[in-house]
Design a protein around this ligand. Sequence first.
Ligand code: HAM
Length: 410
Amino acid sequence: MLQKPRGTRDFLPDEMEARRSVEWRMRDVGRRWGYREVCTPEFEDLELFTMRSGAGIIEEMYVFEDKGGRKLALRPEITAAVIRMYINEAKVAPKPLRWCYFADCFRYERPQKGRYRQFWQFGVELIGADSAMADAEVIMVAADILNATGVRYELKVGHLSLMRNMIADLDPAVQRKVRAHLDKRDYEGLRETLAGMGKPDLAKSLVALVECRTLKEAFAITGDIPERERIEKTLAVLDAYGVKYTLNFGIARGLDYYTGIVFEGFADNLGAENQILGGGTYRLAHLFGGDDVASCGFAIGFDRVMVSLGDAQPQKDIVVGIVCTEEGKARALAVARAFREAGIRAEMDLMDRGLGAQLAHASKSADFAVVIGKREADSGEVTLKNLKTGEQKTLDLAAAIAGVGAHGSR
Ligand code: HAM
């Protein structure tokens, strides 16, 4: 028996309904903030991602050559593609641009719960606004979206400039190593690396920076830096809006394009793969042949949000089974259409079953049966049976539709 590729999933209707319901909650919040949906290709020129997305992601990419010998990659993330599209299609559009997407990404990672080779992201990119208010807006949108899903999470906010400032004198290869140690909270490795370079005190200060939770403490460690005012203003907006976050200047982010504010969200109830959100300010456009435009965005790991939410089922549609005899069929078609036009899910027999067998099937698959035999076909009425309570009445079509409609969803 053929199986799906490793790291991918099939979704049955119940799961798709649950996913769509969460997806629409996310979209709705994005829409209310003014973020309009964009869509980019599933695959791009490999170069788009090799330019700045970071070594980690490049190793994890699905790369292939097409019949024309072009090197292509399935998108491992959407940000680079959105910025490419901005340069190709919307460079001259009035700024800022508020865009969002819900799209699948592909990463060749070792699959486990919450880590897949095909997964979905809901993300936003705010292009062309370079201010504390812009940085804060993106974080507020992220918080509003996660809150709308009902997921329980912790939001961590940091800024790369503090750490970068402290390690600016180190050689770039060592800087990278230091960032990797800090990202993994590998303080032992950090101490070793820096002691080897005669800078044991720097290791101490960096650990203190990563562990501190207030701006005051952070600036006491780093001294004043030019970005201080912008950081303070951004956090003041978050505080005024009531965003709940903790400061964390150890956030390094895996992707190489971030420039300033960075933030990550972690679900309370997930294991190793508990990061459900990542984002920050970045600059990519100039690398792709565009203007050096400031951008800020985030992506939510949709599948991880779904794992975190668990089996909470969305409300289900009420289902009406249209049950009819051969003489009642033409009338039944019209009745089914009337229910559907009223927004109610109505299903007819496709198996040439008799009336009794149709009713038996409806009792397994529907909430109501609408029975149309010869009598109903002649009278123009229908018999409506509530399959949960057994209650049954003969009434006109409009009253039957109203009766079912009054039940809303299951
Ligand atoms: P990222 O942190 O690489 O950032 O991915 C965002 C989120 O996607 C992660 O926090 C995680 O929840 C989810 N994710 C990543 N890999 C997997 C996987 N293999 N399976 C399931 N979920 C996964 C970005 O992609 C940036 N483009 C975010 C961004 C947008 N920055 C600025 N704008």
